[in-house]
Design a protein around this ligand. Structure first.
Ligand SMILES: C[S@@+](CC[C@H](N)C(=O)[O-])C[C@H]1O[C@@H](n2cnc3c(N)ncnc32)[C@H](O)[C@@H]1O
Length: 198
C-alpha cells in the first residue's frame, strides 16, 4: 500500500507514550484481541469502544499510517486499546505464547506477485507466529476484496494448525468496519473466513 508521508509522524510517535515502538511484552487482565496491519485504526477503535471488557491491540508497521491512529484522539482515550508501530515479524517480542484470544487480518496487502507471497500476512511464517501467541482454540478472522489472497490463504491454512469453520465470498458488514472495507465494499465482493486453532 502506498502511504502519504506525514512530516511530523516520526516525532509525534516517538514523543507519544501511547504508541509502543520498541518490543515489550503486552499483558492484560482482559482477553487480548489483535489486529495485524490495522491501518488507520477505524476497525479496532470501534471494537474497543463496543467491548470495554476486551483489550485490543492495533499492530501497524507504517509510521505514517500509525500517525493517523494517533490523530484519532478518541482512540487515545480508550484504556482498552494499545497501539504498536512495528512489523508483524516482531510479534513474538510483544506477545507471550498462548496470550491472544483472537487475531483479525483486514484487507491485508495482497502481494500478487509470486515472489512476494512470503510477505503476505497469511504466509507460513506469520501463521506459525499466530499459532504460538493464540490461546487454545484461539481464532483468526480474515477479510479481503482480493480473491486470490482469499483462496491462497485458505490453502496456506491447510498445512497449519488452523481449522477453517466458516468461509464466505459475499461477507456482510460486521459491527465495525475498517477504512478499506468501507471503500472496497462499494466495488467488490468481500471474501472472508474464520479459523480456529486445532
Ligand atoms: C491495505 S491496508 C489495510 C488496513 C486496515 N486493516 C483496513 O482494513 O483498513 C494494509 C495495512 O497492513 C500494514 N501491514 C502490511 N504488512 C505488515 C506487517 N508485516 N506488519 C505490520 N503491518 C503491516 C500496512 O502498512 C497497511 O497499513
Amino acid at each position: 500500500m502506498r502511504t502519504k508521508k506525514v512530516k511530523q509522524a516520526f516525532e509525534a510517535i516517538h514523543q507519544s507514550n501511547l504508541i509502543m515502538t520498541t518490543p515489550q511484552i503486552i499483558r492484560s487482565e482482559q482477553p487480548m484481541v489483535l489486529e495485524v496491519g490495522s491501518g488507520k485504526g477505524k476497525f479496532i477503535t470501534e471494537l474497543a469502544k463496543l467491548h470495554p471488557d476486551l483489550h485490543y491491540i492495533a499492530f501497524e508497521k507504517d509510521i505514517n499510517v500509525c500517525y493517523r491512529i494517533l490523530e484519532k484522539q478518541e482512540a487515545l482515550l480508550l484504556p482498552n486499546l494499545t497501539i504498536v508501530q512495528d512489523d508483524a515479524n516482531a510479534l513474538l517480542s510483544y506477545f507471550e505464547p498462548k496470550s491472544v484470544s483472537k487475531i483479525y487480518l483486514n484487507f491485508s496487502d495482497p502481494w500478487p506477485k509470486k515472489r512476494h507471497h512470503k510477505r503476505r500476512l497469511t504466509a507460513e511464517t506469520y501463521l506459525k507466529m499466530y499459532e504460538t501467541i493464540l490461546v487454545d482454540e484461539g481464532e483468526l478472522e480474515f477479510r479481503s476484496d482480493f480473491e486470490p489472497l482469499y483462496t491462497d490463504s485458505l490453502e496456506y491454512l491447510m498445512t497449519s494448525r488452523f481449522e477453517v469453520y466458516w468461509a464466505n465470498t459475499q461477507c456482510e458488514a460486521r459491527e465495525a468496519v475498517s477504512e478499506y472495507e468501507e471503500k472496497k465494499r462499494k466495488e467488490s465482493p468481500i471474501y472472508g473466513f474464520k479459523a480456529k486453532l486445532k
